[in-house]
Design a protein around this ligand. Structure first.
Ligand code: IPE
Ligand code: IPE
Ligand code: MG
Length: 267
């Protein structure tokens, strides 16, 4: 599965319109002309997955790490340009301290373990959210990972940690207000492009598809600006059970959507 079917991570400009010969049969159902450029995933249901098996919630988080690895690899195979995953929200601090601490430790382990392989696959990792709110050691690891992969040209992999869509917009507004107060920009210069440039996802295409696992149908403060015209795909499958085949199901569903963007046709 995690084979370099397409010769490893590559930029979207090299994206083929068809699956190359010898590709994984899992991808037979893919419509290569109608794949999303930017997929966002709300990885939900780890706790419910664990509870359903009589395990403690944190066992679900651990199992979810493997799913994330498989989904990232699938997205690379499909030459998705950007993948943004929701790992920890600004609201998740409300959880019991041991669970929060477990998650922070898991992120740190994940980075240590997966860094080199991600780099080999030409992944460009970026952490979105209020990084300074994370434990210091983890912040250092995050910055190092970003620095290591900053020039990679493959998938843009955004990990949302201590992220909230409203918080991101507040930070953007404050930065623009500061620039206006300093006379660097005029209030009229603040347009959609100026706001986008201030967001943590600056430079990425808009989100085409938001996937949320585990049955709830809400955004939970994820990518509020970026998802303005996204399609939504909800599945009852809990995140640890979300396989590459489930990801392909979402791609097939997306290919059948009629995206009109306010017009009358999708052209
Ligand atoms: C998602 O799974 C992971 C994080 C929010 C960190 P949950 O932990 O929210 O699992 P459920 O929704 O309680 O089942
Ligand atoms: C959203 O899931 C955040 C992440 C997946 C990291 P939550 O489980 O925190 O969302 P709510 O509480 O159900 O809205
Ligand atoms: Mg949840």
């Amino acid at each position: 599965m995690w084979k370099k079917i397409f010769g490893g991570g590559s930029s979207n400009s090299e994206r083929t319109e068809k699956a190359p010969a010898g590709a994984n049969p899992l991808y037979d159902r893919i419509n290569w002309q109608r794949l999303p450029r930017h997929v966002a995933v709300i990885m939900d249901g780890n706790g419910r997955w664990a509870q359903g098996k009589g395990l403690i919630r944190t066992a679900g988080h651990k199992a979810g790490v493997k799913t994330l690895k498989d989904v990232l690899k699938t997205a690379i195979d499909l030459r998705i340009e950007a993948l943004t995953v929701y790992a920890f929200s600004t609201e998740n601090w409300k959880r019991p301290r041991p669970e929060v601490e477990f998650l922070m430790k898991l992120f740190s382990e994940y980075l240590l373990k997966e860094l080199e392989e991600m780099n080999d696959y030409n992944v460009r990792i970026r952490f979105i959210g209020r990084m300074e709110g994370m434990p210091e050691g983890l912040q250092r690891q995050m910055r190092e990972a970003e620095a290591l992969m900053k020039d990679n040209t493959g998938i843009r992999f955004n990990v949302a940690a201590n992220y909230g869509g409203q918080d991101e917009l507040i930070r953007a507004a404050q930065s623009l207000a500061r620039q206006a107060a300093e006379g660097k920009i005029a209030p009229e210069d603040i347009d959609a492009e100026a706001i986008e440039q201030e967001l943590d996802t600056a430079g990425d295409p808009p989100v085409d598809l938001v996937i949320r696992t585990s049955g709830d149908q809400r955004l939970s403060n994820f990518l509020l600006w970026q998802s303005a015209y996204a399609e939504f795909y909800f599945t009852d499958v809990n995140w640890p059970d979300f396989t590459p085949a489930c990801f392909v199901d979402a791609m097939v569903d997306f290919a059948g959507r009629d995206r009109r963007f306010g017009g009358l046709t999708n052209k």
